[in-house]
Every structure is written in structure tokens, then in C-alpha cells.
Design a protein around this ligand. Sequence first.
Ligand code: ZN
Length: 308
Amino acid sequence: MLALGIDVGGTNIRFGVFDGHQLIHTSRLEANLSQACRDVSADSAAFAVVHILSSEIVKIIEKHPTIQAVGIGFPGFIHPDSKNIIQSPNLPGLSYFDLRGELSTVLNLPVTIENDANAAAYGEYCLADKPEGGLIYLGLGTGVGGGLVVGGKLYTGQHGFAMEAGHIIIEPNGRQCGCGNKGCMEQYASASGVAMSYFNATQQRLSAHQIAELADSGDKAAIEAYLLAANALAQALASIAKVLDIKNVVIGGGMTAAWPLMQQAFKTRLDADLIPALRDGIQVKISTAEDTAGMLGAAMLARKHSTL
Ligand SMILES: [Zn+2]
């Protein structure tokens, strides 16, 4: 059976039709959902998001009429039981909205919704041939998301907040985070964290990508910004590994393009922070799925749930 996996971002939405793990069709829709949800009533925001998604899904189903399930990786907290969106920090107005139910009614198909990093974690778990011990996923993008598969299942926690790894505090009284705390890992290890580190050192506002290019050409502040990111990530992962003791770790997201700048410092800090006996027990891999793990995971979760 074919399944459609959707990765919803703030400015674009990616759609992938999967036959097994095989991606047979992909498309991208430029749609600024953040804009569509800003300064409008909650009802208007919900209507806009349903309309944008369902219009594109209907077009894809016309081309692939054997699609039997739709999965969505969504940037927000999803209630583990009701599957309502609890909150989406970048898409205000959608709190407590049943996007899954609305789309399922409009499309007359089973629809599954999951947090985007959780969907990517499940996608990586499928790509790794479902390792028995499970898998930890950390996604380095504008923020840092995480996901955990254990016992063959995505573990999202009792309230939908499991593996909010980006908000592990690694620097007491450090940088202010959007979550209300200070010193969260994503304030250092995400693309915006790297940009902040560089700005603090140079007063120049550049993107993480531009800073990576400067680091490659020997710019000290740029190199330092990536070393700080590597250290923050390793500190958080060491804490996660000490709690979970799961061997397979996959790091994905756009920031991994600059992994050579982080790799050595990351390994040194991870080894230093881990319990010595656990050092050889954690295998960290960089995702090779490029940006398809989220779509794949959403599609696989949709298939799994529709055949229960
Ligand atoms: Zn935080």
C-alpha cells in the first residue's frame, strides 16, 4: 500500500509518497504557515492550515489514488492520546486543534499526526532496519528537536513532551531560551545558537551556513561558534545516554552539513562526560537521509496506525 508522509515546516511543506521505504514521488509547497496563522483568530488559522494541506493532498491523491494513509510530522507538541495539537510555538492559533481529525474527515482517509522530530526519529529507526535496542534521534535545525524509539515504538511521553532534548540545560544562567529557562542546549547547538555565538563575538549577524564557510577559511570566531555547538550537543547527549543507555544515536537536520567542524570536539566532550564503561556503547551516526527522514517516518507511522 502507498502512504503519504508530510513534513510541515514554517515556510514550506514537503510531501512524499512511499511504497514501503521507497520514495516514489516528492513535492514541496512554499506556504508560509506562520504568516497565515499570525494576527488572525484561532478558527481562521485552523481553517487556513486545513485548506492549504488538504488542497495539496487531494492533488497528490489524484496522481496516486492507491494512497491509503496520510502521516504528518508537525512542528508542535501533540497530545499522546487525543493527538490534538497542544501547542505549536511558531504556529500560534492552533493550540488544542484537532488537525488530524479535520483532515481525516475532509480526505476520508486515516490520518496520523506526530511531532516533526518524533516523525524523523521513527524514519531513521526504519532506515536503520528497526534495531532491537531502539534509537535516539537529535535534529539540529533552527532549534534542536529529539525523538526516541524504544521497544519498537515511538516514545512520546505521558504529555507529549518526551525527548525535548533542545531544552536540556547545559549552562546554568546561560542564554535566555524561548521556553522560559536559561542555558538550554538549543541556544548553543542549533543554527540560531551558532549565529548567536558568532554575533556575541563579532557583532555581525550571519547565518549558520555563512559562519560555517568562514570557519572553513580559518575565521577564529566562526570556528569557536561551532566548537561551542559541538560541546553543548555532546553534554546533552551524554545526559540522555546516561538515562536511556541506548546504543544507536542518529544526528540529523541542516546543521549536520557542518559536522566536520564539530566532530572532534563533540567526540572529546561526549567521551569526557559519559560514564567510562558506556563510552564504547554509544554509536553516533550522522543521518544519510538528507531531509527525507521526517516524511518517511510520518508515512510509516500512518501505515502502522491504519493497519492496527
Ligand atoms: Zn529552552
